[in-house]
Design a protein around this ligand. Structure first.
Ligand code: FES
Length: 163
């Protein structure tokens, strides 16, 4: 598929959502973050093809829109798996073997942070402090906080996600 898709080329659901959301905010450039959050809420991710059209609607450059989407780790560039595991990368967790845990997670799931496993079961994402520093290293499995994560605990969580 060509990389030059526009908003008009999106699936009807994506196009309708993008148009409605931009309009809801009066096509205001200062509402870009809210628009992107709402788009992700509706679609589960921020489609690449929506960005040029959003830039046009909001009278921003494509680089400005891309910059915002790239800067904020909250924005998914592709649909998430059935479960989302957020892995804390902030200092307290790093000091409690969080770096090793992240490396183990990437090896075990055979993906990098920000990617989804081949079976579509799990998306792993980096996050910067879950407010669970006392129980570092911490992760969040969907809406559930899990602390003092070690490889055995993580493997059990993965088995639950895949069951
Ligand atoms: S640093 Fe990881 S939960 Fe706060």
């Amino acid at each position: 598929m060509s990389g030059k898709r526009t908003l008009l080329d999106l699936s009807p659901r994506e196009a309708t959502a993008a148009r409605e959301i931009a309009l809801r905010y009066g096509n205001r450039a200062d509402a870009l973050l809210e628009i992107l959050h709402d788009l992700q809420e509706d679609l589960g991710f921020v489609p690449e093809a929506a960005l040029p059209a959003l830039a046009k609607a909001l009278n921003l450059s494509r680089a400005e829109v891309h910059g915002v989407v790239s800067f904020y780790h909250d924005f998914r560039r592709e649909p998430a798996g059935r479960h989302v595991i957020k892995v804390c990368q902030a200092e307290a967790c790093q000091s409690m073997r969080g770096t090793e845990l992240s490396a183990m997670i990437e090896r075990y799931l055979q993906v990098k942070l920000g990617q989804t496993t081949a079976d579509g079961a799990i998306t792993v994402e980096a996050v910067y402090c879950l407010g669970n520093c006392a129980l570092a290293p911490a992760i969040m499995v969907d809406d559930r906080l899990v602390g003092r994560v070690d490889p055995a605990k993580f493997e059990k969580i993965v088995a639950e996600c895949r069951s």
